[in-house]
Design a protein around this ligand. Structure first.
Ligand code: APR
Length: 402
């Protein structure tokens, strides 16, 4: 097989890149290790910045988003028993965010790609990315039979190769692209936070129309929603916590304490899923080695506190698509050569904002009264009529991508 751009991974980054390149007339192929059902079922992020939603609309993938997405014009920060609403349009010149699950973004992009191209191969696990220092990189992959219900795929067919001009590594933080980086070729910045999130999906209508982020002395809590009938809620727990440590009633009781504000009441309902995930940050610099360019989780990870993961992935691939299209039409690699620097400015901005929202709203082990006073002082500035509030809203709503 041969193509111009080999895209590894059919997550949001790989799928949006394929859509943008296809519409620009740049030949590409997407290789995805898992089967379609698995990829479309993976619960991940759920909030699109204005810029990300606009990109989906601009490339013809915004229909269902506009019909089913929940447009949010603000969110609340809660601390000391008080609720402080942050109004996005008035602080950002009209920008909003949209709640639309990543699973739905992926379904929409897959449906478009299967209908209109470019080729999307499921069950195609990349096992090596070679010759990225040369003019003709080579991607080796094996086709796999879909696993059982959730079981791993079983290696099936013979090894195949995809020759290309460039490789887009959109295969997440455990993919083949990172493994293809020669030792010493990149710097990895990493941070692991001293706490985790216990998340539940509950079969109950949200108790608020907007997101509620609580920075309680006992720890962080988040009230969000998947759909108008399903609530998504999280509490900070110690690293090493197992979901079994927290019976449903204990979770609801803790959410009541941490999210309390005035006479607001949290509605309870059956817990459908319960899971614990750690909080970590990673940045790979540069986001490129030779003819291998990285995007999305393959290049960086952010803690979920500011919901930047999906939006950063979109920012990367909009930049990458622009660079490949410029090269395809002019022969100039100037934008490809500036790809990593152009992405990393936005990546570090999102890292800084995610880090601030994480340390501001979580209570680390061993925190004392001074630490708490620092958090409350910062929270009061961010929720007052100050320039800090405008900066918070700008960071939360994100910058335009096109
Ligand atoms: N060969 C082929 N495909 C692979 C390989 C491989 N060796 N390794 C991983 N993949 C696939 C995975 O199966 C997955 O579908 O690459 C895809 C990577 O998708 P994501 O992990 O969703 O990463 P990305 O597209 O960058 O999206 C980032 O996803 O993890 C969340 O919070 C994150 O919302 C953010 C978004």
């Amino acid at each position: 097989m041969r193509t111009t751009v080999a895209i590894i991974g059919a997550g949001p980054a790989g799928l949006l890149l394929a859509r943008l390149l296809h519409r620009a007339g740049v030949d590409c192929v997407v290789l995805e290790a898992r089967d379609r059902a698995y990829v479309e079922r993976r619960q991940r992020a759920g909030m699109l910045e204005q810029g990300a939603a606009d990109v989906l609309r601009e490339c013809g993938a915004g229909g269902r988003l506009d019909r089913e997405g929940l447009v949010h014009r603000g969110f609340e920060l809660r601390f000391e028993g008080e609720a402080h609403r942050v109004d996005l349009p008035s602080l950002t010149g009209g920008r909003t965010v949209t709640l639309y699950p990543q699973t739905e973004v992926v379904k929409d992009l897959i449906a478009l790609q299967l209908a209109e191209g470019p080729p999307l191969l499921f069950g195609a696990r990349v096992v090596a990315v070679e010759k990225t220092d040369g003019e003709q990189p080579l991607v080796r992959f094996v086709t796999e039979e879909p696993g059982g219900r959730d079981g791993p795929e079983r290696a099936g067919g013979p090894e195949r190769t995809l020759e290309c001009e460039y490789v887009a590594g959109c295969d997440g933080s455990y993919g083949a692209s990172r493994r293809a980086l020669p030792p010493g070729a990149v710097r990895m910045h990493a941070r692991t936070y001293p706490y985790s999130w216990l998340g539940i999906l509950a079969d109950v209508a949200p108790s608020s129309d907007e997101l509620l982020l609580a920075g309680h002395e006992r720890g962080f809590a988040l009230h969000s929603m998947r759909t108008p009938a399903l609530s998504r809620l999280y509490i900070q727990v110690p690293n090493g916590t197992s979901p079994g440590d927290w019976p449903d009633d204990r979770i609801w009781d803790e959410l009541d304490v941490r999210l309390a504000a005035g006479d607001w009441r949290l509605q309870r309902g059956p817990v459908l899923t319960k899971s614990v995930s750690g909080l970590r940050s990673q940045v790979i610099e540069p986001m490129r080695h030779g003819r291998l360019l990285l995007a999305g989780d393959a290049a960086h990870i952010v803690p979920p506190s500011a919901a930047k993961g999906l939006n950063l992935a979109f920012g990367d691939v909009v930049t990458m698509a622009r660079a490949f299209t410029h090269w395809h039409r002019s022969g100039s690699t100037s934008l490809i050569d500036r790809y990593s620097d152009n992405c990393l400015r936005r990546v570090w901005q999102a890292q800084a904002f995610s880090h601030e929202m994480t340390t501001l709203l979580h209570t680390p082990p061993g925190a004392d009264a001074y630490d708490r006073a620092m958090q409350l002082t910062r929270l009061r500035r961010l929720t007052g009529p100050t320039a800090a509030a405008a900066e918070l809203a700008e960071n939360y709503a994100g910058a335009p991508l096109i």
